[in-house]
Design a protein around this ligand. Sequence first.
Ligand SMILES: [Zn+2]
Ligand SMILES: [Zn+2]
Length: 221
Amino acid sequence: MVRRRIDPAICLAQHKHDPDRPRHAADGLNLCPGCRTGLSRHVADLPELHADVLAQLPAGSDSAGPAVSGSRETPLPFNPRAGDWLSQTRHDLARITSIVAIERGLIGPPPNAAAQCAWLGPHLDWLAANRDAGAFKDVLGELVGRAYSVIDPGRLPVYVGPCIEILDDGPCAGVLWATVRLDGDPRPSEIYCDVCALALNPAQWNRFGRRYAKTRPRLAG
Ligand SMILES: [Zn+2]
Ligand SMILES: [Zn+2]
């Protein structure tokens, strides 16, 4: 399949903020820089989210089937939203990896989220340049967003406020979120933008927070 550039080069993904405003695609791609960053972030985050959603199901179950009874311990109630999410993710990752494998003449990864996402890593620019780049970005973004609605609310990202970064085509339209990790969670706490590449650890946030406090009221006003 020939890689075909859509002209004029406008980002083909959906944008939550100001969705009718066209965004210039990054050079050689069919996604804007923010959506290209988002694509990387989604593929990087999905394996952990998959593990978190799996943890919502009864032990030993990784499918949308009913909880297995008969064990000595009382099974947790089956969580149908977690089951739906896992089925959808299995379907979408299988579809995207098979498109890459077939169109690029490669052997695809084993059918599990961690292997599939790791395997997709070197093909993200190819996906972003594809005529279906917008659909790839939107499907993965929806999986990530829906995962957060399935996972324990205590682990959901916390709303911080509008992003104040200035990008090539103007102010970033994204929203800042903070993930606050519980004890025992190997992932670091982080503040990040859901559109641009901004990502801060708690120490960086101390410094950034002062600039943010000065800039944000001006934006809001
Ligand atoms: Zn975009
Ligand atoms: Zn931003």
